[in-house]
Write a protein that binds this ligand. Structure first.
Ligand SMILES: NC(=O)c1ccc[n+]([C@@H]2O[C@H](COP(=O)([O-])OP(=O)(O)OC[C@H]3O[C@@H](n4cnc5c(N)ncnc54)[C@H](OP(=O)(O)O)[C@@H]3O)[C@@H](O)[C@H]2O)c1
Length: 235
């Protein structure tokens, strides 16, 4: 666990705001160093965190949907190893109330690319920057559970996270026997821009649990689909 003379470091993808930003704060509080990404050049609250902790927080740039930016980040990180890689970045479609028959092809493609394809590309490309027993995690959602889908709603979003889960299972299956703990995380329904104001949980209710659960998986190889309280989510 965190050794003050050589703190472990997380590479956190998508930390400009919301859950990702709060995860950066939380890992810092737990004694970790953080290298976190934003899109574009605009100043974000993550920059304030980095300014307050210049020795412990670094900022990189990545739009996960841009393969050239991903390749460039891979290059910039040459020679660096991280104890954890976590892909938080994700979004939803413009009108999440639409049924799958109502969504446009454009919205379908955009969301599948952002939520399912791109996080896996990040994992595939950046995994060689993870230590041999380092944790590889992705922010999924309880809405990605096929077994728990009794009500429909948010159909495209659900489908994108279910696809993400399936791709991560394939990734893990190809690495059976590797020492990497792997986690698909369901953070609960949380009040963020994505979660909306009616969500029952605040960020402070979710993120400490998310971090507890990730840290609890260190040293335990294999893929788990877990919520922020450590409960297994049925596929
Ligand atoms: N809130 C919830 O209730 C809830 C529940 C289950 C799962 N989740 C998942 O948790 C993750 C974070 O959600 P949130 O609630 O914190 O949402 P949020 O406040 O809307 O934040 C989304 C984050 O993802 C980043 N992002 C989006 N598209 C990106 C891209 N193409 N490249 C790089 N970064 C990108 C955003 O960066 P910009 O600032 O540049 O846009 C932002 O940092 C998502 O994967 C989401 O699906 C959320």
């Amino acid at each position: 666990m965190p050794n003050p003379s050589c703190p472990p470091t997380i590479l956190l993808i998508g930390a400009s705001r919301g859950l990702g930003l709060a995860m950066a704060h939380e890992f810092l509080q737990r004694g970790w160093h953080v290298v976190a990404t934003v899109r574009g050049t605009a100043r974000t609250p993550l920059h304030d965190l980095a300014a307050a902790h210049p020795d412990a927080v670094g900022i990189e740039t990545l739009d996960i949907c841009d393969p050239e930016q991903l390749a460039a980040l891979h290059q910039r990180l040459a020679g660096r190893k991280f104890e954890m890689l976590f892909v938080n970045a994700g979004t939803t479609n413009p009108d999440p109330t639409q049924t799958i028959g109502e969504v446009s092809t454009r919205d379908f493609v955009d969301l599948m690319v952002t939520n399912a394809l791109s996080p896996m590309r990040v994992v595939e490309q950046l995994a060689d920057h993870v230590t041999p027993s380092g944790l590889i995690g992705i922010m999924s959602s309880g809405q990605g559970s096929i077994a728990h889908n009794e009500r429909g709603m948010r159909e495209l979003y659900r489908g994108s996270k279910a696809a993400l889960n399936m791709f991560m299972r394939s990734y893990a299956a190809r690495r059976a026997g590797s020492a990497h703990p792997m986690v698909l995380m369901a953070p609960g329904w949380v009040r963020t821009e994505l979660g909306g104001p009616e969500a029952p949980l605040g960020i402070e209710d979710s993120v400490p649990g998310v971090v507890d659960v990730l840290l609890s998986r260190i040293g335990q190889p294999g893929l788990r689909y877990l919520d922020y309280q450590g409960r297994t989510v049925p596929w």
